[in-house]
Write a protein that binds this ligand. Structure first.
Ligand code: C2O
Ligand code: CU
Length: 469
C-alpha cells in the first residue's frame, strides 16, 4: 500500500456533551444452547445511537447494538456464527481476536465477505481456552474505520470445570470504546493526524455509555473483565486508588492473583481481569484512566489529565468485611525450549510540514503490508523466541493471530526486566525505544496476521503475514 498524502492537520475538537450518569448498561449476552452449540447471526449494518440527548449519531452496529452482543461459551462448545454484511459498499469479516480458531475461520483480510453477502464461521473451543476475547471486523481496507464506528463485541469463554473464581464475585465485562463528535453529534471524518496517531476520541464509553454509574453493596469483591477496544487510545485504569487484584490477562486466568495493584495499563486490544474489593470506606469510587504518554505526534494531543470513565457508588454499612481472594487460579504451561529466534522491527516514515502536506507509512522490518506476501514462516508445534523492537517515537501494541504467547522480558536503555508473572497474551505493548521478547508457538497450520493494534497503523502498513506449516 502506498503512503498517504494529505493536507490540513488539526483534528476538530468536540463542542457538545454526551448524556452521562445513566446506569451501566449490561452487555446483551448470547450463550450456548443445551446441546453445547452457540449458534448466532451477526448483522453488521449502519445504525444510530443517542449519545447526545435528542440527537442521532450514525454508527455501525451488530444487530443494531454497539458494542455487539457478548458471546458466552464454555470450553468444548461448538461455535457457529453467521456474519451478514449489510454495510453498503464495504467488505467486512469477523476476526475472533485472541481465540484459537483454524486459520480459515479467523476472519482475516484474505477472506473478505463482500457487501450484501453472508458467511458462517465455525470452530470448537479447545480445552484450556477459557478467557476474555473479543471480535471485530478485519477486512483489508476498512478495519480501522469499521471498528471506530462501532463494530466490536466481547466473547467470554468459561472453563468446562469449576471456575476458580467464586461465582459470588459476579462477572462484569467493561467494554471500553471511544468516539469524537462534531457539533451535530456525527463522528467527523478522520484527519491525517488521526491516522498518524490512530483515531482517538474525546469521549470514552463503557459498554456504550458515557460515564455510567454502577451501584454495589459494601462488603463485595467484584470481578471485572476490562477490554480496551479503542482504536488507538491507551487506558491506565484505576479504581479510585483501591488496591485490587489482577487475576487474568488476554488469554484467561493467571496462576495466582497479583494483589495490591492500584492501576493496570491496557494498550489497544489488551484485556485484563481484576477483583476489586468495596468495603464501603469510599462511598463513591471514580474509575479513571490515568495519564499515559504513548508518544503523540503533531498537534491535537489528548488532554494531559486523568479521564473519568465511570462511577461506582457503594451502599450498605461501612467497613463491611470482604470475602478472601482465591489463593490459586490455574496452572500455566511452559512453552518448552527454543533456539529459534525471529526479530520484528517497527518503523515509520513520517514527513511533516511542507506546504500543508504530510505523508506517512508504518512498517515492520522495513516493509508495508502486502496481501498475499508471506513475510515469515514457522513450524507448527515448534516454540520460537521473538524479539519485537520499537526504535520509533511512539508505542505500538504488537498482536498475532491464532495463538497466545508468553512475554519473557522487556528491555529499555540496556536494562532488561523479566516478566513478573506468567500470563497468556495475544497483544503486548512495545513502548517507544523498548524491546519485548516473547515465546510463541502456533498449534494450527495456516496463514496468520501479525500487526500493530493501533488500527490506523495496521491500515497504513504495519502488518505482515506468517505461514505456519
Ligand atoms: Cu484484533 Cu488482527 O486483530
Ligand atoms: Cu502502531
Amino acid at each position: 500500500m502506498p503512503g498517504m498524502q494529505h493536507g490540513g492537520a488539526v483534528p476538530p475538537k468536540t463542542v457538545i456533551q454526551p448524556i452521562e450518569g445513566q446506569p451501566l448498561p449490561m452487555l446483551k449476552e448470547v450463550g450456548t444452547g443445551a446441546n453445547g452449540e452457540l449458534v448466532a447471526e451477526l448483522r453488521a449494518s449502519p445504525a444510530s445511537a443517542e449519545i447526545v440527548r435528542g440527537m442521532k449519531t450514525p454508527i455501525l452496529a451488530y444487530n443494531g447494538m454497539s458494542p455487539g452482543p457478548c458471546f458466552v461459551a464454555r470450553e468444548g462448545d461448538l461455535v457457529r456464527i453467521t456474519l451478514v454484511n449489510a454495510i453498503p459498499g464495504q467488505e467486512s469479516t469477523i476476526h475472533w481476536h485472541g481465540m484459537p480458531v483454524p486459520a480459515e475461520q479467523d476472519g482475516n483480510p484474505m477472506n473478505p465477505v463482500t457487501s450484501g453477502e453472508r458467511r458462517t464461521y465455525e470452530f470448537r473451543l479447545p480445552e484450556g481456552s477459557a478467557g476474555s476475547y473479543w471480535y471485530h471486523p478485519h477486512p483489508h481496507k476498512f478495519t480501522a474505520e469499521q471498528v471506530y464506528r462501532g463494530l466490536a463485541g466481547a466473547f467470554i469463554v468459561k472453563p468446562r470445570g469449576e471456575d476458580p473464581v467464586p461465582a459470588a464475585f459476579g462477572d462484569t465485562p467493561l467494554f471500553f470504546t471511544d468516539m469524537r463528535l462534531a457539533s451535530d453529534a456525527t463522528m467527523p471524518a478522520s484527519t491525517p493526524v488521526d491516522l498518524m496517531n490512530g483515531r482517538q476520541g474525546d469521549f470514552v464509553l463503557v459498554n456504550g455509555a458515557y460515564k455510567p454509574e454502577l451501584s454495589l453493596e459494601a462488603g463485595t469483591r467484584r470481578r471485572f473483565r476490562l477490554y480496551n477496544a479503542l482504536n488507538a487510545g491507551y487506558l491506565r485504569i484505576s479504581f479510585g486508588g483501591i488496591k485490587f487484584a489482577l487475576i487474568g490477562s488476554d488469554g484467561g486466568l493467571l496462576e495466582a492473583p497479583v494483589a495490591d495493584m492500584t492501576e493496570v495499563l491496557l494498550a489497544p486490544a489488551e484485556r485484563a481481569e481484576v477483583l476489586v474489593p468495596f468495603d464501603g470506606s469510599q462511598r463513591s469510587v471514580t474509575v479513571q484512566s490515568l495519564t499515559y504518554d504513548r508518544g503523540w505526534m503533531g498537534p491535537g494531543a489528548p488532554s494531559a489529565a486523568a479521564v473519568d470513565l465511570m462511577t461506582i457508588s457503594v451502599t450498605g454499612s461501612a467497613a463491611a468485611s470482604i470475602p478472601p481472594l482465591p489463593s490459586k487460579l490455574r496452572a500455566i504451561a511452559d512453552l518448552g525450549a527454543s533456539t529459534i529466534t525471529k526479530r520484528f522491527v517497527f518503523g515509520e516514515t513520517i514527513k511533516m510540514g511542507g506546504p500543508g502536506g504530510m505523508s506517512m507509512t508504518f512498517l515492520i522490518n522495513g516493509k508495508v503490508f502486502e496481501p498475499g506476501r508471506i513475510d515469515e514462516t514457522m513450524k507448527v508445534g515448534q516454540p520460537e523466541i521473538w524479539e519485537i523492537v520499537n526504535p520509533t517515537d511512539m508505542d505500538h501494541p504488537f498482536h498475532i493471530h491464532g495463538t497466545q504467547f508468553q512475554v519473557i522480558d522487556t528491555e529499555k536503555s540496556g536494562t532488561r526486566v523479566a516478566a513478573p508473572f506468567k500470563a497468556w497474551k495475544d497483544t503486548v505493548n512495545v513502548a517507544s525505544k523498548e524491546t519485548v521478547r516473547i515465546k510463541i508457538v502456533q498449534d494450527m497450520p495456516g496463514d496468520r496476521m501479525y500487526h500493530c493494534h493501533i488500527l490506523e497503523h495496521e491500515h497504513l502498513g504495519m502488518m505482515g503475514t506468517l505461514r505456519a506449516g
